[in-house]
Design a protein around this ligand. Structure first.
Ligand code: SF4
Length: 140
């Protein structure tokens, strides 16, 4: 069972009300069992919503609201689903403050990146789930 970021398979759940469908990901999951998740929606955030970035242990929206609690709730709910579904792997959207894996925006809303992972990706990895991003797929 594979968890997959819902925006990567064409669900319009991103902060900007759009999707980020990725043909590579769709092909990869086609003959497998998979479950779409959007941690930010599962944390109770609306769509569309403000962009958000991680600053230290907190997450702030572009307008300065501390949205840490919603992001953490989304991560916990995603882990709950992962456990119920016995998922061993997750294909998550790169750079997102929830789903990003290995590299995220640096918290300045300037487009700069830093090493790190989103709240959900981090929690899944801490619980033994292999997380890859669509960017990492096919790179070995
Ligand atoms: Fe996509 Fe994850 Fe953001 Fe939801 S939280 S829109 S699944 S990147």
């Amino acid at each position: 069972m594979i968890l997959v970021s819902a925006c990567l398979i064409g669900m319009v759940c991103r902060y900007d009300g759009m999707s980020k469908a990725d043909e590579k990901v769709i092909r990869y999951i086609q003959d497998k069992w998979w479950l779409p998740v959007c941690p930010e929606q599962m944390g109770g955030l609306p769509t569309p919503r403000d962009r958000a970035e991680i600053v230290g242990d907190h997450i702030f929206s572009l307008s300065g609201e501390d949205v840490t609690e919603a992001f953490e709730k989304g991560a916990r709910e995603t882990l709950k689903l992962a456990k119920m579904a016995c998922a061993t792997e997750a294909v998550l959207k790169s750079l997102s403050p929830s789903c990003g894996c290995g590299m995220i925006y640096d918290g300045t809303f300037s487009g700069r990146l830093r090493p790190g992972s989103g709240k959900t990706a981090q929690l899944l990895m801490e619980n033994g789930i292999r997380v890859v991003s669509e960017e990492m797929m096919g790179k070995g």
